[in-house]
Ligand binder design. Structure first.
Ligand SMILES: [Zn+2]
Length: 548
C-alpha cells in the first residue's frame, strides 16, 4: 500500500518537477495537438463533403496545414532530446514523432503525384468485356451475379486491363515509399507502417498461416460444395463470388429493409445502454463510390456516418460496421488529441466488427429481425462460409503487398498468383489481375487490419459472452465501454486486449468461429487445443483512410 502511495505521489509531482525548458516543450506539444485537432476536423469535414458529391470541397488545404504543423524540425529535435517523467507526455511525444515521420513520407510531393495519377486512371477506366465497356462497379456486378459462366470468365480476365494501365505506376509508388521510409527510419515502408499500426510482421504472418492451415478442412468442404452446387469439375476464380450470391435467401429482402436500418441500429445498441440519439452521431444515406464510412470530425463531439444505398443484409452489415466505428469515436475518452486519434488501426476495425457481427447471431436475428430459428441458423452459416473465403482472400492480398515491398522488382503478377493459388486453392491462369485491388495504390498496408480486426472482435465477443451470457445487457455495454469503446492510444493493442479479455490477442477465437458447428471438435475443444499466442509489442497508428 505504501509503495503504491509513493508511486502516486511521484506521478503527481512529475509535472511540477519538469524543468522550465520541458514545461515549455510540454506546453508547445499541447498547442500543437490542439491545432491538429482543429485541422483534422477540417480534413474529415472536407472528406465528408467530397463523399456527398460536393465538387468544390477539397481536403488538400487541410493536409498542407497539417504538414506545416507536424513537420517542424526544431520542435522535433527538442522532442527527441526530451526526457519526460510523466507517462502520458512520453506517450504523446512518441505519437507526435511517429506522426511526423508518417506525414513526411505520405505527403511527399513526388509520391502524392504518382498516387493521384493511379487514382485518376482507376476512376476513368472502362473494362472491355466482349463489345461492352464496363465501369468497375459493372464489372464487379457481372463477376458476382452473372449466371453465364463464360461471361464471368471474360469479366474476371478483364481485371488485368487495369494492371496494364496502372501496374508500373503502383510499382513506382512502392519504390518511392520505400526510399522515403529509408531516409527517415532505416526500414522498409511496410515494416514502418505495420509497427505504427501496432503489429510486428513475424507475428502477423504466423497468425495468417495458423488461420489458413487450421481452417483447411472447412475450406476444402466449401470447395467441394461449390463444385457440387454449381455443377462444375473444377472451381475457377470466376466461380467463387458468384457462388455466394446464389446463397441469398427468400426472406432477406423482406426482413432486412434499408429504410429501417438506422432504427434497428438504435434498437440494437440501446440493449447495451448506448443511445445513439443521445450520442453525437449523425447518419445519412448516400450514393457512394465506397462501402460506407464513419468520420471522426471531433472525437466525443461530432461523428458522422455515411451509409451506401445497398440492399438486404449487405446494407446492414456495412451500416452496423460503421456504427461500431461511430460508437468508438463518440465514446472515446482520452486526455489529448493524439491519444484519442492515434489508436491502433486493428483495434478500431475490431470495435466496428463487434457491432457488425451481431447481425449473424441467431438470438439477435430472431428478436430484431423476426427470423425463425431455421432462418437465423441459415443466415449465420452462410456468413461463416463467406468469411472462410473472404479472410483467405484478404490474407493473400495482404501477403502479396508485404512481399512486393520487400522486393518491388520481382514479377508481381507471378507473385500474386502464386500466393492466391496457395490460399484459395485455385489456378489463376497466369492472368495479371493484381492491380485490380485499389488499396495498393491509395491505401497501402491497410489490408492486414481487417484480418486482425476480426481477431480482435471475436476475442471481445467471446469474453463478453462468457461474462454476461449471449444476450447482451446494459452491464455488458458498460464493460465494453470501459475496456474498449472509450480507449484510444494511451495503451498498446496488446495491453488493451490483455486487460480487457484476460489474454493476449490470439487467432484462436476467430478460428473457432470459422469451424462448422457440426464439426467433431467443439469450440471449447478448439480453444483448449490451439495454443495462445505470446504477447507481441506495438507502437502506434494513424488512420487516414475512411473507416470502412
Ligand atoms: Zn472499418
Amino acid at each position: 500500500m505504501r509503495v503504491c502511495c509513493g508511486l502516486l505521489i511521484l506521478t503527481w509531482l512529475a509535472c511540477p518537477l519538469l524543468m522550465p525548458a520541458q514545461q515549455s516543450l510540454a506546453r508547445r506539444l499541447d498547442a500543437k495537438e490542439k491545432e491538429l485537432e482543429r485541422l483534422y476536423a477540417d480534413y474529415w469535414g472536407a472528406e465528408y463533403r467530397i463523399a456527398l458529391g460536393d465538387e468544390h470541397a477539397s481536403s488538400r488545404p487541410a493536409q498542407e496545414n497539417i504538414r506545416a504543423v507536424v513537420i517542424d524540425d526544431a520542435f522535433i529535435k527538442s522532442l527527441q532530446a526530451a526526457h519526460f517523467r510523466n507517462r502520458f507526455l512520453r506517450r504523446r511525444r512518441d505519437l507526435f514523432l511517429e506522426e511526423a515521420t508518417y506525414t513526411k513520407i505520405s505527403n511527399d510531393p513526388k509520391l502524392t503525384g504518382i498516387v493521384e495519377e493511379i487514382v485518376q486512371r482507376e476512376n476513368s477506366m472502362r473494362y472491355q468485356v466482349g463489345s461492352r465497356h464496363l465501369t468497375r462497379a459493372e464489372l464487379t456486378d457481372t463477376l458476382f451475379h452473372n449466371p453465364n459462366r463464360q461471361t464471368r470468365e471474360q469479366a474476371w480476365k478483364a481485371q488485368a486491363q487495369i494492371t496494364v494501365a496502372n501496374g508500373e505506376r503502383i510499382r513506382q509508388a512502392i519504390r518511392v515509399r520505400n526510399e522515403l521510409a529509408f531516409q527517415s527510419t532505416d526500414e522498409l515502408f511496410s515494416t514502418f507502417m505495420l509497427r505504427r499500426k501496432g503489429l510486428e510482421a513475424e507475428k502477423l504472418f504466423e497468425w495468417f498461416e495458423s488461420i489458413r492451415s487450421q481452417t483447411e478442412p472447412e475450406y476444402q468442404q466449401l470447395r467441394k460444395r461449390i463444385r457440387k452446387e454449381l455443377n462444375v469439375d473444377k472451381v475457377q476464380p470466376w466461380d467463387l463470388e458468384f457462388f455466394f450470391s446464389t446463397l441469398t435467401n427468400d426472406f432477406e429482402q423482406s426482413h432486412f429493409v434499408p429504410d429501417q436500418g438506422w432504427t434497428q441500429a438504435k434498437q440494437l445498441t440501446a440493449q447495451f445502454g448506448y443511445y445513439l440519439e443521445k450520442l453525437p452521431v449523425e447518419m445519412q444515406l448516400a450514393d457512394l463510390s465506397f462501402a460506407g464510412a464513419a468520420y471522426p470530425i471531433l472525437y466525443g463531439r461530432d461523428v458522422k456516418i455515411l451509409a451506401n444505398r445497398y440492399s438486404g443484409i449487405f446494407f446492414y452489415d456495412r451500416l452496423f460496421h460503421a456504427t461500431g466505428h461511430a460508437l468508438h469515436y463518440s465514446m472515446m475518452d482520452e486526455p489529448s488529441f493524439l491519444l484519442r486519434a492515434n489508436y491502433a488501426e486493428p483495434f478500431d476495425e475490431g470495435l466496428a466488427q463487434v457491432v457488425a457481427l451481431m447481425l449473424y447471431r441467431p438470438e439477435v436475428d430472431s428478436e430484431l429481425f423476426g427470423l425463425s430459428p431455421e432462418q437465423a441458423r441459415l443466415l449465420s452459416d452462410t456468413h461463416r462460409l463467406r468469411e472462410l473465403f473472404d479472410l483467405r482472400n484478404t490474407m493473400a492480398d495482404s501477403l502479396f503487398e508485404f512481399e512486393a515491398y520487400a522486393d518491388p522488382d520481382q514479377d508481381l503478377a507471378a507473385l500474386y498468383n502464386r500466393i492466391h493459388s496457395k490460399y484459395l486453392g485455385i489456378d489463376m491462369h497466369n492472368v495479371p489481375v493484381w492491380a485490380f485491388n485499389q488499396m495498393y495504390g491509395s491505401d497501402p498496408i491497410y489490408l492486414q487490419s481487417y484480418v486482425v480486426g476480426e481477431m480482435v472482435a471475436r476475442q471481445i465477443l467471446d469474453t463478453v459472452d462468457q461474462r454476461f451470457g449471449n444476450s447482451w445487457s446494459k452491464r455488458a455495454g458498460k464493460f465494453l465501454k470501459t475496456n474498449f469503446y472509450s480507449r484510444g492510444a494511451e495503451n498498446t493493442l496488446d495491453a488493451l486486449m490483455l486487460h480487457g479479455t484476460g489474454e493476449p490477442l490470439s487467432e484462436r477465437h476467430l478460428i473457432a468461429s470459422l469451424r462448422s458447428p457440426g464439426a467433431t471438435q467443439t469450440s471449447a475443444e478448439i480453444l483448449r487445443d490451439t495454443k495462445p499466442s505470446p504477447q507481441h509489442t506495438r507502437k502506434t497508428t494513424r488512420r487516414l483512410s475512411r473507416g470502412s
